[in-house]
Design a protein around this ligand. Structure first.
Ligand code: NDP
Length: 386
C-alpha cells in the first residue's frame, strides 16, 4: 500500500480551503493532514482539524487562540496562534502545501512552504504579485515545485506541458468580466458591495469577488502570469469570455492554439495540482458543450475597467510597482466592502498611490513586507483625503 501524501492548507477555512478539503474528504486514506490555518475563524478551523486529524491548527490572529485551544481541548491537535506560529506551521514538512490565504498576509507562510523545497500549490496570487522576483528566486534556490492553482494559470500550465517557451507566440488569459461587465460607467459608480460579491460564474471569497468585478483580479493575474511564465509581457493578452469555460490559452508559433476547458469549479484546477503529474477524479459535472451552445469572446474595456491597464503599467515598470498596486488595491477593496468608498474609487485610489509612491525594488522578503506596509499607509492616507 502506498504511503498517504502529507498536505498543509494555509487558509483552510476559506473558499479554496473548503474546495481542497472537499477533494481530500473523498479519498481520506490518500492524505495525511499536517497544518490547517485560518485567520480567526477558530470554531470552523477546530472542526476541520478534528475531522481531518490535523497535526496542528493555527489562527494567525492571536486573539482567537483561546477559542481555538478550548475547541481542540483533548484532541491531541496542537493549537497555536500568531504570525510566527503560522510561519512555523508552514515550515512543518509536508509533501504539498496549498497556499490559499487571501492577500499579502499569505506571503511569509508561503515563503516558509517554498523553503521546504517540496511542492507548493499557489492560489494566493497577491503574494506572487507583491514579491514575484523574491518568491521565484526562492523557488529556484530550493528546487521547489510551484503548481499554479489559479484556474487561468493552471490552464496555461497544462497547455504548456511538454512545450518550450521559445515556441510560444502568445498566452491569453480569459476573464469572465465579473458581475458588472455590461454595466455603464454611471451604474458602476453606484455599485454596492452586495452586488460586487455576487459573481455570475464562480463562488469565491469576498476580496477576490470584488477584484473580479473591478477586473483587478485579471490585472493581478497578468502580473502573476508574467512571473510564472516568463515569455515576455508583450506576449500576455486578456480576452473577456463571459461563460468561463475556456480558462486560458497558449498560442504557438505554428499557429496552433491550445486551450484548457472545464466547468467553473475550482475543484478542477485544485485537483490538477493535488494529483500532478497524474490525474484524479473530481465530483464536477462534465462539460456539456452542446447544451452550452456557444462560447463568446470580446476585448476588455479599459475605459470602464482601468485595472488591467494599471497592472500592465506596473508590470512594465517593474521594481516595486506591482507591490504598491496590490497593497493599494487591498486597502481600497476593504474600504469599499466597509462602505467607505464608491466602487469606481478603487481604481482611482490604486492609480493615485502608484503615482505618489514608487520605491526601489525590494530584494528580500523583509524589504517586501516593509514596503507593503508603507504602501498601505500611503493608500490609507488617500482614504482620509477622499
Ligand atoms: P477567502 O476569503 O474565502 O479565505 C481566505 C482564507 O485566508 C481564510 O482561511 C482566512 O481565515 C485566511 N486569512 C484571511 N486573512 C488572513 C490573515 N491576515 N492571516 C492569515 N490568514 C488569513 O479567500 P479565497 O479562498 O477566495 O481566496 C484565497 C486566495 O486564493 C486569494 O489569494 C485568492 O485571490 C485566491 N484565489 C481564489 C479563488 C477562489 O475561487 N476563491 C480562485 C483563484 C485564486 P478566516 O476564515 O479565519 O478569515
Amino acid at each position: 500500500m502506498t504511503q498517504p501524501r502529507s498536505i498543509s492548507i494555509l487558509g483552510a477555512t476559506g473558499s479554496i480551503g473548503a474546495s481542497t478539503l472537499d477533494l481530500i474528504r473523498r479519498d481520506p486514506g490518500k492524505w495525511r493532514v499536517v497544518a490547517l490555518t485560518a485567520n480567526c475563524q477558530a470554531a470552523d478551523l477546530a472542526r476541520l482539524a478534528r475531522e481531518f486529524s490535523a497535526e496542528v491548527a493555527v489562527v494567525a490572529d492571536e486573539s482567537c487562540l483561546a477559542e481555538l485551544r478550548s475547541a481542540l481541548a483533548g484532541s491531541g491537535i496542537d493549537a497555536v496562534g500568531g504570525a510566527t506560529a503560522l510561519v512555523e506551521a508552514a515550515s512543518r514538512p509536508a509533501d504539498i502545501t496549498v497556499a490559499a490565504i487571501v492577500g499579502c498576509a499569505g506571503l511569509a507562510p508561503t515563503m516558509a512552504a517554498i523553503e521546504q523545497g517540496r511542492s507548493v500549490a499557489l492560489a494566493n496570487k497577491e503574494a506572487l504579485v507583491s514579491a514575484g522576483d523574491v518568491l521565484t528566486a526562492a523557488v529556484a534556490r530550493h528546487g521547489t515545485t510551484l503548481l499554479p492553482m489559479d484556474s487561468e494559470h493552471n490552464a496555461i500550465f497544462q497547455c504548456l506541458a511538454g512545450n518550450n517557451y521559445d515556441h510560444v507566440r502568445s498566452i491569453t488569459l480569459t476573464a469572465s468580466g465579473g458581475p458588472f461587465r455590461d454595466w455603464s460607467a454611471q451604474q458602476l459608480a453606484a455599485a454596492t458591495p452586495a452586488q460586487a460579491i455576487k459573481h455570475p460564474n464562480w463562488d469565491m471569497g469576498a476580496k477576490i469577488s470584488v477584484d473580479s468585478a473591478t477586473m483587478f483580479n485579471k490585472g493581478l493575474e497578468l502580473i502573476e502570469a508574467h512571473h510564472l511564465f516568463p515569455v515576455g509581457l508583450e506576449k500576455l493578452k486578456i480576452v473577456v469570455h463571459p461563460q468561463s469555460v475556456v480558462h486560458s490559452m497558449v498560442e504557438y508559433r505554428d499557429g496552433s492554439t491550445l486551450a484548457q476547458l472545464g466547468p467553473s469549479d475550482m475543484r478542477v484546477p485544485i485537483a490538477s495540482c493535488l494529483a500532478w503529474p497524474a490525474r484524479m477524479d473530481t465530483p464536477c459535472a462534465p462539460l456539456d458543450l452542446a447544451k452550452l451552445g456557444e462560447l463568446t469572446f470580446r476585448a476588455p474595456d479599459e475605459q470602464r475597467f482601468p485595472a488591467t491597464r494599471l497592472a500592465r503599467e506596473a508590470a512594465e515598470a517593474g521594481g516595486a510597482a506591482a507591490l504598491v498596486l496590490n497593497a493599494a488595491n487591498e486597502i481600497a477593496v476593504a474600504a469599499f466592502l466597509a462602505g467607505q468608498i464608491a466602487f469606481t474609487r478603487i481604481a482611482v485610489m490604486v492609480e493615485e498611490t502608484m503615482t505618489r509612491f514608487s520605491p526601489a525594488t525590494p530584494t528580500s522578503l523583509d524589504e517586501v513586507i516593509a514596503l507593503d506596509a508603507e504602501a498601505r499607509v500611503r493608500a490609507r492616507a488617500l482614504l482620509e483625503l477622499a
